[in-house]
Write a protein that binds this ligand. Structure first.
Ligand SMILES: [Cu+2]
Length: 281
């Protein structure tokens, strides 16, 4: 479901990110942008290997939510949310999402990539502010497929996650970054396409170009053209969804990539050209 968990994009993503020791996604205090109204939801990942486990409330009210993820586990891990529509259990949604991400099966229309927090370093924290729609949810650590389920209850409370100055708009098959600044800041990740997308980004090394990144993502040959240690990554969100994430960026040029497939399957989006450059200044 993300750069490190999608088998089709896995080898390229692992090559790009394998040395990543720290995530750029980290918590910072919310102020302005309407984030005051977001209800906090704490999700913690802890343990190790087969003992890896999530702690998450069993039931959460629908509406604008600030997901605060703590990775207390010994390895990098994220908190990808998957929602199943009424009539399906969270476990059915989990199985369908895993079959899509790992086996290239179609993603049924009743399963939704519902955001959450992308890969986060051990002992790291990350947050995402987004609307939670009612339904049965799984929270998944996509590398190990460990998961827990919870329910989002009540009527839908349509909500915008905020409007920070920086944004990354995703569509088929490109990113349009705007206003990205060095340091720690909030960024709107806005999927204006029809397909699920996420964004992972890393600084392009001096002397390397976006073409070098495209080539490396396809061939994995030679030295990586990006600084893997400084990567960030969001979770996967459905077309039409958006979330505000906290990221830490360095000044310079970033490569932005997406490695999930269309709902019907097919190649990872990076192979369909979803590799864009962003200026951070
Ligand atoms: Cu994509």
């Amino acid at each position: 479901m993300n750069a490190t968990g999608t088998r089709k994009g896995r080898s390229a993503a692992v090559a790009l990110l394998a040395l990543a020791a720290a995530s750029g996604v980290s918590a910072c205090g919310g102020s302005g942008d309407g984030q005051e109204e977001a209800r906090p939801l704490a999700i913690e990942l802890s343990g190790d290997g087969s003992d890896l486990r999530f702690s998450v409330p069993k039931s959460v009210p629908a509406g604008l939510t600030r997901i605060e993820f703590k990775n207390a586990a010994k390895a990098e891990g994220g908190a990808q949310l998957v929602r199943a529509d009424a009539g399906h259990t969270p476990e059915e949604g989990l199985q369908a999402a895993a079959a899509w991400a790992e086996e290239g099966r179609p993603l049924p229309p009743w399963v939704h990539a519902a955001g959450g927090v992308g890969p986060t370093a051990p002992n790291g924290t990350g947050s995402a502010t987004q609307e939670l729609r009612p339904g049965g949810y799984s929270v998944i650590e996509t590398e190990s497929n460990k998961s827990a389920s919870f329910e989002v209850t009540g009527e839908r409370q349509a909500a915008e996650p905020g409007s920070p100055e920086a944004s990354i708009v995703a569509s088929e098959y490109k990113f349009e970054p705007n206003g990205l600044r060095p340091g720690r800041s909030r960024v709107l990740f806005d999927n204006q396409g029809a397909e699920p997308h996420f964004v992972t980004g890393a600084p392009i090394k001096a002397g390397k170009t976006l073409d070098d990144v495209r080539r490396f993502a396809e061939t994995e040959k030679g030295e990586s053209p990006v600084d893997e240690k400084a990567f960030f990554s969001t979770a996967v969100i459905d077309g039409g969804e958006r979330q505000v994430v906290d990221v830490e960026l360095k000044p310079g040029r970033y490569a932005l990539l997406c490695f999930v497939s269309d709902r019907k399957g097919g190649p990872p989006h990076a192979a369909k050209g979803m590799v864009s450059e962003a200026a951070v200044r």
